[in-house]
Design a protein around this ligand. Sequence first.
Ligand SMILES: Cc1cc2nc3c(=O)[nH]c(=O)nc-3n(C[C@H](O)[C@H](O)[C@H](O)COP(=O)(O)O)c2cc1C
Ligand code: SF4
Length: 383
Amino acid sequence: MTAPTTTGKLFSSLRIGSREARNRVVFAPMSVCYGDEAGQVSDAEVEHYARRARGGAGIVVTENFAISTAGRQMPRQTLVAGEEHLPGLARLASAITAHGALAIVQIVHAGRYAGPWDVYDQARRLAPSAVPFELTPGRIETPAEITDEEIRRSIAEFGRAAELCQRAGFDGVDIHGAQGFLISGFLSPLTNRRTDRWGGSFDNRARFALEVVREVRRRTRPDFLVGMHLISDELVDGGWSIDDAVRLAPLLEDEGVQFLFAIPATFETLRLPANQGLFARRGYGGSASSALAAAVSIPVIANGGLGDPSDAEEVLEHDNVAAVGLARALFADPDWPRKVAAGQPVRHCACSPPICARTQLTGAVCAAWPAPAAERGYFGLDD
Ligand SMILES: Cc1cc2nc3c(=O)[nH]c(=O)nc-3n(C[C@H](O)[C@H](O)[C@H](O)COP(=O)(O)O)c2cc1C
Ligand code: SF4
């Protein structure tokens, strides 16, 4: 990988709401599943995130933590659902902030992807409508249509999760409105076929996302950051489009969202022939992020294939985005920010198909790690 031509913008500070990030490198959420089966934060998880902060990232966003057991997807996904989760979350928040990064939790309801998949048949998978979908290649499932009462409960659970994160000492939350999980399921005209106030028109499909933001804002202080991962394009005919995302973004800002990520596709649409290999494309998230940034005045964090330092610099120089989100690059090399700032080469992230994605169920590992990290199963503070 090439060293950047300039480190001017990437390493300048960034104001978001009431906070200031020391630079514009964001560890983007990456589901590594180091938590335990009860949903508690583990020691490995604390070290994993603290290590990315110590490596110099300005903002560390955790992987998606579930707001309830019904909204959980992975067997070792961390929960943000009650008082019992507070001590672990507090330990995680202080481990990240101690190394100078802003600490943000991504909160999710997995919707139609809820699991865990090994006990799938016992779970009630909630979606706006009972539209069959391909859960894994060749496996068709039909989710249950979420009731009005369950909609209200889910909105309240998003608020509860945000309040717990605030009490734990995090700087903010990142509401997951992408990848086909519950919020983006409501946005899509393909998966939301409702005829009540939660479906049909654009305004009705957007209602759930906006009410979640409203509730999260209601339950948290004004200085607590609230952001969103917004699906930028479903990448399928008749689905949610970039025009829809550009239309929704200012409405989210009006409700109090203070930063946005734009990411494309759902787990199903990523499997379509036209979309295969998307993750391997250089800079694939740049143009959607730029389109969103033109529609709002809050910071937009570009993400998707920007792990080459010169690409990260370029997107900041030439697009109107505020920061660069890196998932795999910082998983492969937690010292990416520190090294790039010093003009040193970084460890390559270059394996296909990604081993990190294939090892998620048991705790993700990386092909690029040095021996101690690979043996231990995570890149901790001692590596
Ligand atoms: C193993 C793996 C897990 C991921 N988990 C999440 C997640 O929990 N939440 C999320 O919004 N995106 C998730 N993503 C998507 C990343 O945040 C990011 O959008 C994607 O990897 C492209 O960025 P990159 O090129 O910097 O890796 C995940 C990606 C990978 C590879
Ligand atoms: S090198 Fe492979 S396993 Fe490591 S982050 Fe990159 S894609 Fe994932």
